[in-house]
Design a protein around this ligand. Structure first.
Ligand SMILES: [Zn+2]
Length: 313
């Protein structure tokens, strides 16, 4: 991981006020995000200056290199998906949940927009303000299940969010599991904690021991065994099946996990209600941890999944 210098933002003020740790994502972003400003300045120029190996060293087996996960920069939203057309999301690369486990059990997984990619319905903001999805086609389009990942924390929504330029945003990150099969993939607990809220149809909230709150949307019912309000959960424990469910009956989204990180908690488990934190860089770091531990399953250079249809197991 690179060591980077952080530009001060309101995110850091939030972090300073919170009880959680801080690490920094060191990312090499793909060329297609080159128009976006770099969120951080590297101060590791010496480390980057890679001297050519001597001929003798060429014969020495080199240890495996860190995997580069193809992903856009934090805040580099898909074009025309923010309320202010050209605005960025949160560009600060701070990792707000440095110890969390990636919240999908199996790989690969893909971070991108649910409503503005294939199978998505666009967004009706209200008052005649409509955002159409330029990607017409089916949810099983391989592009939905390919890299680079894209941040969509500040994608257009009506939810109040002072971290986004428009003052409103999405509050979370949409994550597609390996395929669009409804209910085939499990969401898991990001850290040890308690289930504190279980919605009637598709919501689960976990209050982590670190003080962070994790919100999961679109989890089918029934949830996994033992998952109920006030149940103790451990990091990596299956919580529920990732689905396209938004209510008791309707199935109007694509199959994906909507994932949010909030802070924080006072003692006694009271949510201070300070608002959602940008989860993107934390998800990148958490996924890279899985790649390190299990490169065969989570290798991000796998070809796009062969998604034939969206099935229900
Ligand atoms: Zn979402």
């Amino acid at each position: 991981m690179k060591v980077v210098t952080i530009s001060p933002t309101n995110i850091l003020r939030l972090i300073a006020a919170g009880a959680f740790g801080l690490a920094i994502a060191g990312c090499d972003f793909p060329a297609d995000s080159g128009s976006s400003p770099q969120p951080v300045e590297s101060d590791d120029a010496a480390e980057d200056a890679n001297p050519a190996p001597s001929p003798a060293e060429d014969d020495v087996p080199t240890p495996s290199q860190p995997v580069s996960l193809p992903h856009g920069a934090p805040g580099a939203l898909q074009e025309k998906t923010a309320r202010f057309e050209a605005s960025l999301g949160v560009t600060d690369a701070s990792v707000v949940a440095p110890l969390m486990r990636f919240p999908v059990q199996s790989g690969p997984a893909f971070l991108n927009s649910q409503i503005f990619m294939f199978g998505g319905g666009g967004y009706n903001y209200g008052g005649g303000e409509v955002y159409e999805n330029p990607n017409t086609g089916q949810e099983n389009d391989p592009v939905n299940f390919d890299y680079p990942w894209r941040d969509n924390f500040c994608e257009v929504r009506t939810r109040s969010n002072g971290l986004c330029a428009a003052g409103v945003g999405h509050h979370g990150q949409d994550i597609r599991p390996a395929t669009c099969d409804n209910g085939a993939n499990l969401a898991v607990a990001p850290e040890d904690g308690f289930v504190r809220r279980v919605g009637a149809t598709h919501l689960v909230e976990i209050y982590g021991d670190s003080g962070l709150v994790y919100k999961f949307l679109h989890l089918d019912r029934p949830l996994e065994p033992g998952i109920a309000k006030d149940a103790r959960v451990v990091r990596g424990q299956p919580i529920g099946r990732i689905s396209n469910k938004t209510g008791a009956v309707s199935r109007s989204t694509t199959v994906h996990l909507h994932f949010e990180i909030w802070h924080g908690l006072a003692s006694g488990g009271v949510n201070l209600g300070a608002g959602p934190l940008p989860p993107y860089s934390s998800l990148v770091e958490a996924y890279l941890d899985l790649v390190d531990d299990n490169p065969d399953q989570f290798d991000p250079v796998l070809p796009p999944a062969d998604v034939q249809e969206c099935r229900t197991p």
